[in-house]
Each structure stands twice: as C-alpha cells, then as structure tokens.
Design a protein around this ligand. Structure first.
Ligand code: ZN
Ligand code: ZN
Length: 186
C-alpha cells in the first residue's frame, strides 16, 4: 500500500516536470485517496510552489500556443487560445495577464475560412491509431491518454482524432507547422 502511494506521488511529480498537468493532478489525488494515517508517512500533496507552477504552466502553455497559431496565421485559433489563457489567469499567480501586444494584434486579420476541407469524406483517409504514449493535444490542450484515438500527420505531429477532424474542416493544414494535411475529395 505504501509503495503504491509512493509510486503515484512520484508519478504525479514526473507528470508535472513533463508539463502534463492534468494527469499529474489526477495521480496526486489517487495517491491521497490511497493514503491513510496508519501508514505513518505524511499525506502526499503538491507543495504550494508546485501548485503555483501548475497554474502558471497552464497559462503559459496556452499563451505560447496562441503565439504559435498567430505565426501560422490561424487567427481565430490564436484568439481562442489567448482567451483561454486569460480565463486560466488570475492576479495571484504572479505573472502578467496574458494578451497580444498591439503589434501582434495588428497582424490579426479576419479569419479566412474556406481553406478547410469541403468534404468530410476526405477524413476517412486519415491515419488513425491508438495513443500509446501520453502527450498534450495542441488543439484542445488536453491530454492524449493511452487508449484514446489519435491521428498522426506526415509532419510527425499528432492530435486527438476528433480535434484534428474538426480543425481540418476549417483549415486543412497542421496546427503546429502549417504542413498541408489531406487531399480534398470534393
Ligand atoms: Zn485534442
Ligand atoms: Zn505538423
């Protein structure tokens, strides 16, 4: 029992170092549920520094992604990611409120839709596979966990199957590197 608590606690910290915040929090919660005072060790928990690191990490991940989308000229996705960064931010976490600079803002143009796939049929040709190693999906920022379905692009980037399908219907290019993704069938 004690070994399992320790294993989960170590796993939680390892997740944190890999910026896998949600799985880290899940593992710590599991460790706490398994723990009881009779074990004679301190209750497992993230320190306040680690908790702050999680909050800051989530905001920074979204903010970095927003800038990457801006560079790739996915303007709507850039704004969306920045808005999500702002929702996660609070004054207490000790970093400036995320936002585009005036210069960046001026590069944002009306989203140009129409570069997406015209036919959902093209999606049938995506190479789907089961996720084998944990990673973050850059479209939704959530975890890709073993057992879920993912799609691997020719560029080597991978995303949740459902996330990339919706994305391609709006813009037929890799969110991270702009590589064209699928030939349209329409
Ligand atoms: Zn996703
Ligand atoms: Zn890519």
């Amino acid at each position: 029992m004690m070994d399992e608590v320790k294993r989960l606690e170590d796993h939680a910290r390892r997740c944190l170092r890999m910026q896998l915040f949600d799985p880290g929090c899940d593992a710590m919660r599991e460790a706490q549920e398994l723990w009881n005072p009779a074990l004679g060790v301190a209750k497992p928990a993230f320190s306040s520094d680690e908790l702050r690191q999680i909050e800051v990490g989530k905001v920074q991940t979204l903010e970095n992604l927003a800038r990457l989308f801006l560079r790739n000229q996915f303007f709507d996705a850039a704004q969306n990611a920045m808005e999500r960064a702002q929702v996660h931010w609070s004054i207490g976490i000790g970093i400036p409120r995320p936002g585009f600079s005036t210069n960046e803002q001026s590069r944002i143009q009306t989203p140009s839709f129409g570069e997406g796939l015209k036919s959902r049929k093209a999606l049938d040709r995506l190479e789907r596979r089961v996720v084998i190693s944990m990673d973050n999906c850059a479209i939704c920022i959530d975890i890709m966990a073993p057992g879920q379905m993912e799609v691997l692009g020719e560029c080597g980037h991978r995303f949740h199957e459902s996330c990339i399908c919706e994305w391609l219907m709006q813009r037929n290019a890799c969110p991270l590197c702009r590589n064209p993704w699928l030939q349209d069938l329409a």
